[in-house]
Design a protein around this ligand. Structure first.
Ligand SMILES: O=C(O)CCC(=O)C(=O)O
Ligand SMILES: [Mn+2]
Length: 252
């Protein structure tokens, strides 16, 4: 299977928010665009009207308090690096999340995050107990290629990625396309994620596909991305993901 299938709802353009926004047809009625390939199961849609997205973006900019000092560094290949963006986690109090040698404890939910979370549940039927927020001040801020496969994630649960602010390219690449021994050609998929959009990443996408938000020099305005997740509390984790399967070491 070497082709992507992107099924567009009738009368709409490709991913990236270039087409009509759902408020033109009635919010919530626009079906998601289905993005499918081998091991890839994603759905993309505009979730918030432009007015709502503008308001939420401003609230996020005012109210989200990003990590500082030690929590802005990651341990990659034996060295500590400053991450090229700002980051923070919010969520239920009993949860924690570890990647690249750093354990994050979530801050308590704030109203603007609950507003987004409730809309997500209404639109998708899924509930989420944790969110990782990344703020990219401009196109130089980025996130390297990785999979969301941390051991705390509830097995087979979806990840809901909501974006506000500047539109940035989200690149998906099959795991067999990576490295010198790649068994496939340069197969990747570019999804421009628009202001107010939702990308649902369903199982098994994060087993077979890596994703990244690469630098884009022409982007000069900020973007905030929120990935809502379903985490298991420490005492429920057991061996859901065998130790060592997570390779988020490359999540710089
Ligand atoms: O900013 C994005 O769209 C992706 C962020 C991401 O991959 C993550 O938080 O794990
Ligand atoms: Mn990710």
């Amino acid at each position: 299977m070497d082709a992507f299938v992107v099924r567009a709802p009738r009368g709409r353009d490709g991913p990236g928010g270039q087409g009509r926004r759902p408020e033109e047809a009635g919010l919530g009625r626009a079906p998601p665009r289905q993005i499918r390939a081998e091991g890839l199961h994603c759905d993309y849609r505009i979730l918030f009207t432009k007015a709502e997205a503008d308001e939420i973006f401003q609230q996020l900019e005012k109210e989200v308090q990003y990590f500082e000092d030690d929590q802005t560094k990651l341990h990659v290949f034996g060295r500590w690096h400053n991450i090229p963006r700002k980051q923070v986690t919010y969520g239920d109090p009993e949860l924690s999340y570890t990647y690249s040698g750093v354990t994050f404890h979530p801050k308590p939910w704030i109203p603007v995050l609950n507003r987004i979370r409730e809309r997500l549940t209404l639109a998708t039927g899924h509930t989420f107990n944790f969110v990782l927020i990344n703020r990219y001040k401009d196109g130089l801020d980025h996130i390297g290629e990785h999979r969301d496969d941390e051991r705390e994630l509830l097995p087979r649960s979806p990840i809901a990625s909501v974006s506000f602010g500047a539109c940035r390219d989200f690149i998906l690449r099959h795991r067999d396309c990576r490295g010198s021994g790649a068994r496939r050609g340069r197969q990747s998929l570019r999804l421009p994620l628009a202001h107010g959009s939702l990308l649902m990443m369903h199982h098994p996408t994060n087993i077979f596909w890596y994703h990244s938000v690469p630098p884009r020099r022409r982007v000069i305005t900020p973007r905030v991305n929120l990935t809502f997740r379903k985490l298991m509390a420490g005492d429920r984790r057991g061996n859901a993901h065998p130790a060592g399967t997570s390779d988020c070491q490359q999540q710089l």
